[in-house]
Ligand binder design. Sequence first.
Ligand code: PMP
Length: 453
Amino acid sequence: MAKRHGIDLGKMRELHERERADFLARRPRARALAGQSAGHLLFGVPLHWMDDWPTPSPLFVAEAQGAQLTDVDGHRYVDFCLGDTGAMFGHSPAPVAAAIARESARGLTAMLPGEDALWVAEALAQRFGLPVWQFALSASDANRFAIRWARAATGRDQILVFNGCYHGTVDDVFVDLEEGQAKPRASLLGQVYPLTEHTRVVEFNDLAALERALSDGRVACVLAEPAMTNIGMVLPDPDYWQQAQAIIRRHGSLLLLDETHTISCGPGGFTALHGLRPDLLVLGKPLAGGLPAAAYGFSAELAARAQQAKRDAPAGHSGIGTTLSANRLSCAAMRANLAEVMTDDAYQIMFERAAQLERGLLELFVRFDLPWCVTRLGARCEFQFVPRPPRNGSEAAAGQDAELEQSIHLYLLNRGLLITPFHNMLLLSPHTTAQDVDRLLAVFDQWLRAVRM
Ligand code: PMP
């Protein structure tokens, strides 16, 4: 019998077919909506990624609150996906919902600043140690704009990213290492510019490669998640960032840290937890509790250089920003979220739940003698089909298995447990209970019993 990663493929495939049939049988309303949507929405969904879940037809949501989500057929789920981090502190946090209700009647957008924007910038400065901020509507945009400022301020054309990274839909960063060569990501649609002309790529945790790639002094910025989270999880070696920061500085490049996911590490992200000193820092997704909002911060020195670059440029459009960026409503939501939701107390609960999940998963893998590992970044856990935590994007990619993932995810989903598609990432919100975690572990145990060799 064929076996992969310790799993009996025959048993798993049979089980998966039953789970697909079961999903459809118990969701008449979702099936009816899918039938109607097919004619009006591309792939039958409003964003084509929503078609990438492991379900045979889309799961339609009726409502979500805290760590719970209800579908249109009345099934309830404990949500460990949490909008892939957008709802990391729970769905519709009460203080954010109240701020939105209050402010939405007082003007939504004016292309002018309000007091909330200043409050938010001061709060972010305190948390991340970067004094100057700008806002955007998504982490993708914030990364795109931060790269622009970095190139403008340094007068350099190149950027450097790590193999296997994801920083949103930013064309510049879709460059992979294939047999040592930089190549544009093969799956991109409609992308026609030669990306490798201005983007370099090296493996994470490889200081010598970083040094070589920066040594000609042409790299404006190194864009990185402080720990990789989008190709499975890859943690930095214990002294990696200390040394990498010194290398980056020595070659006159800037460090742009994308904390969109690593904000799971604490109120000041990985940066504050480990005392990193980036020149630029990006936040998005959960920053306004799920309302579209993102922010990027500058060191004082870089802010001065960026402002000078703008003054020195011919008058006209900078190519940076969007009309609704920093709108009144998102600023009010960010303020409420930072003040009352993304608190030390909330993180404490999230860490406890994540530690419980990490322990439970490890016990499970030992008990079933599986060569799988678990990596945790504060309130974010990832299990991977490799015996040891990967050290770079290539090793992490080797531990991915879409078929196995889909089987696990659908089995859990059919039993009221939602986890993020594309990889095995689980998020723990302040509303997730210890019983929720126990239930996930019990159902995972059942799946393993069903498919283990
Ligand atoms: N940065 C990182 C690290 C991300 O994981 C993502 C999304 N997964 C983004 C940026 C982009 O976020 P958005 O899609 O909200 O623009």
